[in-house]
Design a protein around this ligand. Structure first.
Ligand SMILES: Cc1cc2nc3c(=O)[nH]c(=O)nc-3n(C[C@H](O)[C@H](O)[C@H](O)COP(=O)(O)OP(=O)(O)OC[C@H]3O[C@@H](n4cnc5c(N)ncnc54)[C@H](O)[C@@H]3O)c2cc1C
Length: 393
């Protein structure tokens, strides 16, 4: 017999990994996705060893190995003169230190393998075209309303409905919209075989420049290269749209001059899409992550700047912790178990959010701070780039 009946709002990485983790613990899950079909944007995603270990625990290791790239190193260079500043070996070094590799994947591939695993679990009902609009606690249950169905009742509701979450206000108690950070991400994807040999890469390459940085890394077993340029620049479109059409000219107008090696890579890209970056302040305590029978997961709880490449990672960590907290529990025990989950997660998420913001200040430094940063990175190299507190937990 399933232990509890859990409703999940949102079919992104947080919602799907939560549904999968809960199904693995024998819970019955109803997942509601507002879109008519499940989809992810055509961009890459880095998965640190902390995340790779969780995906292994969720039983999706084999499909993950079929889609992921395993970069050999993280190399930091100057976006101004192109010279190398520091490097961190990934590959076997990560495996030895943290028991799992550092992986890079195409979002649609990761999302697709989670969806396939959810479907294969036999314990999750997927409802599309179903936007959750309200949630009300009743005696011993939570009742949600959606646009597709009149009302659903379950033992718990997990708000995994992303940056613009409708469930969040129900738990956090504020009605504040996400804050626009004044940063924009431009992204592009290309098959490596269509790049000149000098631009092909099996590394995570990061170029640091004044008020900007660029990142390139392989996806699809190394067959494609994902490129992202992140700059302190005015939004180019609707902040709710993660997939705005853009161009190299718009990107270059925002970033100005960069080294010829960076320019060559940017010019080789077939098309650019833009993303207005938003975040929220960290939650101030566990009571903001779960209350009674409603809890948050992923960006609904802790949207962050992508400067630590761990937003989806924290969503996947949430999913595993949620299922551990709800393990073997029945309907009655749900509120206490959700409180356990919130206690296990809120501080780590807040720490990662704060570190991501701080990284932005360091990556985009100008003047003396930039010189100090480069000197420290040259001196300390991999000791500064490695993140044992993050990858080892
Ligand atoms: C440029 C950039 C690069 C990034 N790189 C990385 C990286 O390398 N590594 C990493 O770990 N993270 C990265 N991130 C962060 C990562 O993309 C997010 O943290 C992650 O996608 C959040 O997943 P989610 O499921 O919580 O939210 P979403 O992906 O937003 O999914 C929410 C889902 O809920 C649905 N929904 C919304 N409202 C409702 C509702 N009311 N009812 C029903 N359904 C609803 C939406 O349609 C959507 O499908 C990056 C982010 C950006 C912007």
């Amino acid at each position: 017999m399933p232990a509890a009946h859990i409703l999940v709002a949102g079919g992104g990485i947080a919602g799907l990994s939560s549904a999968l983790a809960l199904a693995r613990r024998r819970h019955r899950v109803d997942l509601f996705e507002q879109a008519l079909a499940f989809a992810e944007v055509g961009a890459g995603i880095q998965l640190g060893p902390n995340v790779a270990r969780r995906l292994q625990a969720l039983g999706v290791w084999e499909p993950l190995m079929r889609i992921a790239a395993k970069p050999e190193a993280l190399v930091v260079r100057s976006a101004v003169h192109g010279g190398e500043i520091a490097r961190l070996p990934l590959g076997n070094a990560m495996l030895r230190s943290y028991g799992a590799p550092y992986l890079c994947a195409h979002r649609a591939d990761l999302h697709g393998l989670l969806l396939a695993a959810v479907r294969g679990s036999g314990a999750v009902t997927l409802n599309t075209g179903a936007r959750i609009t309200d949630a009300v606690a009743r005696a011993g249950a939570v009742c949600v309303a959606s646009t597709a169905t009149h009302a659903w009742e379950g033992d718990a509701l997990i708000g995994a409905d992303g940056l613009w979450s409708a469930v969040r206000a129900r738990v956090v108690g504020d009605d504040q919209p996400p804050r626009e950070t004044g940063h924009t991400a431009w992204r592009a994807l290309i098959t490596q075989s269509s790049l000149p040999a000098a631009l092909r890469s099996n590394q995570v390459s990061v170029w640091l420049g004044p008020r900007l940085h660029a990142v390139a890394y392989p996806v699809r077993r190394g067959e494609a290269l994902n490129v992202v340029v992140l700059a302190e620049a005015a939004p180019t479109g609707d902040a709710r749209d993660w997939d705005q059409a853009s161009s190299l000219a718009t990107l270059q107008a925002a970033t100005g001059h960069t080294d010829a090696s960076v320019q060559a890579l940017l010019e080789a890209m077939p098309a650019w899409r833009a993303w207005t970056l938003c975040d929220r302040p960290p939650l101030s305590g566990p009571e903001q992550m779960a209350g009674e029978r409603v809890a948050l997961a992923g960006d609904a709880a802790h949207p962050m700047l992508p400067y630590l490449a761990q937003g989806a990672g924290m969503a996947i960590e949430d999913a595993v912790a949620l299922a551990e907290a709800l393990d073997g529990c029945d309907a009655e025990a749900v509120p206490q178990r959700l409180a356990l989950y919130a206690r296990a997660r809120w501080q780590r998420n807040a720490q990662v959010q704060a570190k991501a913001r701080r990284n932005g200040e360091i990556f985009h430094a100008t003047g003396l701070m930039r010189m100090g940063r480069d000197a420290a990175m040259r001196m300390m190299g991999s000791r500064l780039l490695d993140q044992p507190w993050l990858y080892g937990a």
